[in-house]
Design a binder for this molecule. Structure first.
Ligand code: NDP
Length: 251
């Protein structure tokens, strides 16, 4: 039977793998045995070096996911460079902040195109390959705002709520092909994305007061959930959105 979390021989594509949550997930998957395609605008040289130091194959696949133009190439290049594609982690994402009454079309399109449209079309391109090979694992990175409204982030909230719905739809359609589609909803995680919040003492204290675990999450806190959802340990888990939030949603 062996270790149900073992990813040896699997190939994972991780978007936004150069930093933050994407880097931590890529390295957790590599620790568990997977070879890694690191997709993004900024070459994930450090992630690739660390994965190779673990004895894995790791490659950079350059792509700007603000449009869907590169999605098929990401799949093709991964297959060419690493000889397979078993796991997709749709992690790359951005946020724009403004009051709803002032929110611009540009800020709407930038966020929805990157966080939702590219997520769907990359899942579609990878899903076609996974269906043809008889299985695969897709993990979409959602948010607490998949469940809550938030404030001053209308396109982000819409994109992350959309990811929740899409995760369930794809799970429904692809379960019969052996493709599991699930999501992880991180709570407040200390990354570049949240650096301004951490630096604002009043907001930082309010956040810490509201989190039952009373600390920010570390990107590495997402690793276990990602390995679980990427591995055969989760073969009967479908369309689930797993919160890793220090208890934020439980409160
Ligand atoms: P970071 O800003 O640290 O990292 C975002 C990643 O996405 C970077 O690798 C970035 O690379 C990449 N990216 C952004 N735009 C593009 C693009 N157009 N094409 C390719 N890659 C792109 O953020 P986090 O690690 O914090 O966030 C990762 C995910 O987790 C996001 O989806 C975010 O919404 C989600 N999340 C984060 C939370 C947190 O508290 N940190 C909470 C809930 C969800 P580059 O800009 O160099 O191209």
């Amino acid at each position: 039977m062996g270790n149900p979390f073992d990813l040896s021989g699997k190939v994972a594509v991780v978007t936004g793998a150069n930093t933050g949550i994407g880097q931590a997930i890529a390295l957790a998957l590599a620790e568990a045995g997977a070879d890694i395609a690191c997709v993004g605008r900024t070459p994930a040289e450090d992630t690739v070096a660390q994965a190779r130091a673990l004895g894995r194959r790791a490659e950079i696949v350059s792509a700007d996911l603000s449009t869907i133009q590169p999605v098929q190439r990401v799949v093709d290049e991964t297959l060419e460079k690493l000889g397979g594609l078993d796991i997709l982690v749709n992690n790359a994402g951005i946020i724009r902040r403004a009051d709803a009454v002032d929110f611009t079309e540009e800020d709407w399109d930038a966020v929805v195109d990157t966080n939702l449209k590219s997520v769907f079309f990359l899942a579609q391109a990878a899903g076609r390959h996974m269906i043809a090979q008889g299985g695969g694992k897709i993990i979409n990175i959602a948010s607490m705002l998949t469940f809550q409204g938030g404030i001053r982030v209308p396109s982000y909230t819409a994109s992350k709520a959309g990811i929740g719905g899409l995760t369930k739809l794809l799970a429904n359609e692809w379960a019969k092909h052996g493709v599991q589609v699930n999501a992880i909803a991180p709570g407040y995680i200390a990354t570049n994305n949240t650096a301004a919040l951490q630096a604002d003492t009043a907001r930082n204290n309010a956040i810490l007061d509201r989190i039952p675990a009373a600390r920010w999450g570390d990107p590495a806190d997402l690793g276990g959930a990602a390995v679980f959802l990427a591995s055969r340990a989760s073969d009967y888990v479908q369309g689930h959105i797993l919160a890793v939030d220090g208890g934020w949603l439980a409160r």
